[in-house]
Ligand binder design. Structure first.
Ligand code: TYD
Length: 144
């Protein structure tokens, strides 16, 4: 398992072609999305104000795009936290592996598309924050 990199998590601009007929956003693998895409899934019908997430992934990398409505994403490692507000489909959020994430304040009939670097694997999830902290400590010690 490679160590976490909270600083690698960032907002990325999604190229968009606009004309009087509307807007078209596109994403090229390894160009606009910084990993090979193995899976995509989407969240919709989430009640306003609801929260999701509350876990980290050992290897999975993800790219979140809020297609409708808005969402707040809190990302943390064992030391610090960063919060992002997503409310427009011209911006996506890259989430690196080994990052604890909380998705909260879903609102405005939110629809969120997630691109993922791996197929779904329940063993990739870390659902207990203490387990996450232990793994982070191990990774830090391994780095020296
Ligand atoms: P989970 O990743 O826990 O969602 P969230 O963090 O938004 O609460 O997944 C919720 C449920 O959906 C869980 O039972 C696993 C299932 N699931 C799949 O079957 N395939 C997938 O690709 C994903 C992301 C989830």
């Amino acid at each position: 398992m490679r160590p976490s990199n909270l600083r690698a998590c960032r907002l990325l601009e999604i190229p968009t072609v606009s004309d009087p007929r509307g807007n078209l956003g596109f994403l090229n693998e390894l160009e606009h999305v910084p990993f090979s895409i193995a899976r995509s899934y989407f969240l919709w019908g989430v009640p306003d104000g609801a929260s999701r997430g509350g876990h980290a992934h050992k290897n999975l990398q993800q790219f979140l795009i809020v297609l409708n409505g808005s969402l707040e994403v809190a990302l943390r490692d064992d030391r610090e936290e960063m919060t992002f507000s997503l409310n427009h489909p011209t911006t996506g959020l890259f989430i690196d592996r080994m990052i604890w994430r909380d998705l909260r304040a879903f609102s405005g009939n939110n629809v969120t598309l997630v691109l993922a670097s791996e197929l779904y694997n329940p063993d990739d999830y870390i659902r207990d924050f203490h387990d996450y902290e232990d793994l982070m400590r191990l990774a830090t010690n391994h780095k020296g």
